[in-house]
Design a protein around this ligand. Structure first.
Ligand SMILES: Nc1ncnc2c1ncn2[C@@H]1O[C@H](COP(=O)(O)OP(=O)(O)OP(=O)(O)O)[C@@H](O)[C@H]1O
Length: 414
């Protein structure tokens, strides 16, 4: 997608020297994007319309809202700028201010009747599923998480998972709106290793139920509990599934999607044996400032938490790489290490004493060992990106397959 958020397309085409000397009506757009109040005033006094737009239909108000130029926003509104003008991508100035996190400008625009189609979108009918289409009669409880129960139900004759958000959580309007925003984003995602979001049920206020595809084999957590250690080829195939799903999320445009809560419980398996990642983005709502939920030892999220998250420092995509390494470690080992230790204490030791799980050579092939050490590196910027992890895993997979064929052939010769 084109990045249209920052500057008018006309301004982008100008050389720096031309920008400074630019005269003519479009100077209004340039000055608005640069916070040049005197310049904006000059243009308006000359009679340039406050609603002048470039050929992407970006107005001075879009640009000022996007760039955080509060004074210009106020001035343009006073001079009759249309608070809800839509650009070529269907965005209003409020959409731009929200995306750039200019909270003061959002308040000003909202007070003037500004709306954000991207949020309205979260309630658009295409996301909404009529509750009467869901057959709850034969429902089966599949599991229970931090937010509520998960049921197997039928929707239009197809088995799907219905995930409920407890009313104690969903009755908070801000929390509910944030869930809806995350669903809007999730609904747009399509990848073989990402659980498919299907829609939100029309429910009375305070309740929230959403549908996703149903994955018959349950979570990786359940699989490891049942099967214990996985053989190297299976573990690497599973690691590749997770890495491909995560790479898709991290490469999302215009912003990477960071999972923040990648754990074996949030990795599900379908009947064909393929793993898919689920519940990304939701953890920051429930665990974040919107809702004072604290991750418990029970849900186990601390066990996979990157040191910088535990230390409450700023973080990026590599927090998911850290969690990924611990999941891969478990697949080779058959479960978490230091099972008896409180997850929070474990996270503390990882964050402050640089403690990491043991990697015995008898269990971990050398290239897996070095991959895990890189992925849980204490310096977040040293951890590899998922696209590189995929390449390394593919090489490891080829090598393991060659060895497996070799072993098989020597059996046949014998
Ligand atoms: N789409 C699905 N298909 C099949 N089973 C599912 C699906 N979604 C969830 N489950 C099952 O329900 C359980 C509970 O899921 P849920 O996402 O609510 O919580 P969790 O991931 O286990 O924990 P937390 O809420 O702390 O992340 C999962 O562990 C899984 O076994």
């Amino acid at each position: 997608m084109e990045d249209h958020r920052h500057e008018s397309s006309l301004i982008k085409q100008l050389m720096p020297s031309e920008r400074n000397e630019w005269r003519g009506p479009y100077r209004l757009l340039f000055c608005s994007s640069k916070g040049d109040k005197a310049g904006v005033m000059q243009e308006l006094v000359k009679g340039v319309s406050a609603n002048l737009a470039d050929y992407d239909r970006r107005t001075a108000l879009h640009l000022a809202a996007c760039e955080g130029c509060t004074e210009i926003v106020v001035l343009l509104l006073e001079k009759g700028a249309d608070v809800n003008s839509l650009d070529r991508w269907g965005r209003t100035p409020l959409s731009d201010a929200r995306r750039s996190d200019h909270k003061d400008i959002c308040k000003i625009l909202e007070a003037c009747g500004g709306t954000d189609p991207e949020v309205v979108d979260s309630q658009v009918p295409c996301l909404e599923i009529d509750s009467t289409e869901v057959d709850w009669n034969g429902k089966t409880l599949i599991g229970e998480g931090a937010y509520g129960e998960v049921y197997l139900v039928k929707w239009r004759g197809t088995e799907v998972a219905a995930k409920t958000i407890r009313s104690s959580i969903a009755s908070n309007k801000t929390v509910k709106d944030n869930f809806l925003k995350e669903f809007t984003l999730w609904a747009k995602l399509r990848h073989p290793n990402i659980v498919q979001f299907l829609g939100v049920l029309k429910q009375p206020a305070g309740r929230l139920v959403f549908l996703t595809e149903y994955l018959r084999n349950g979570s990786l957590y359940d699989i490891l509990r049942k099967k214990g250690r996985l053989d190297s080829l299976t573990a690497v195939a599973y690691a590749l599934d997770i890495a491909r799903g995560m790479n898709y999320l991290h490469k999302h445009k215009p912003h990477a999607i960071i999972h923040r809560d990648l754990t074996p419980r949030n990795v599900l398996q379908n009947e064909a044996g393929r793993l898919k990642v689920t519940d990304f983005g939701l953890s920051k709502i429930a665990h974040g400032r919107d809702f004072g939920y604290k991750m418990t030892g029970g849900t186990g999220s601390y066990r996979y938490m990157a040191p910088e998250v535990y230390r409450r420092e700023s973080y990026g995509e590599s927090v998911d790489v850290f969690s990924f390494a611990l999941i891969v470690h478990e697949m080779f080992q058959g479960g978490p290490s230091n099972r008896e230790e409180e997850p929070e204490i474990l996270a503390d030791k990882r964050a402050y004493e640089d403690e990491r799980p043991y990697l015995p050579s008898i269990v971990y092939p050398e290239p897996i060992k070095s991959l895990l050490q890189d992925c849980w590196h204490k310096k977040a910027e040293q951890r590899p990106a998922f696209e590189h992890i995929i390449m390394r895993l593919e090489l490891i997979q080829d090598d393991l397959q060659q060895k497996a064929i070799g072993t098989c052939c020597s059996c046949a010769v014998l």
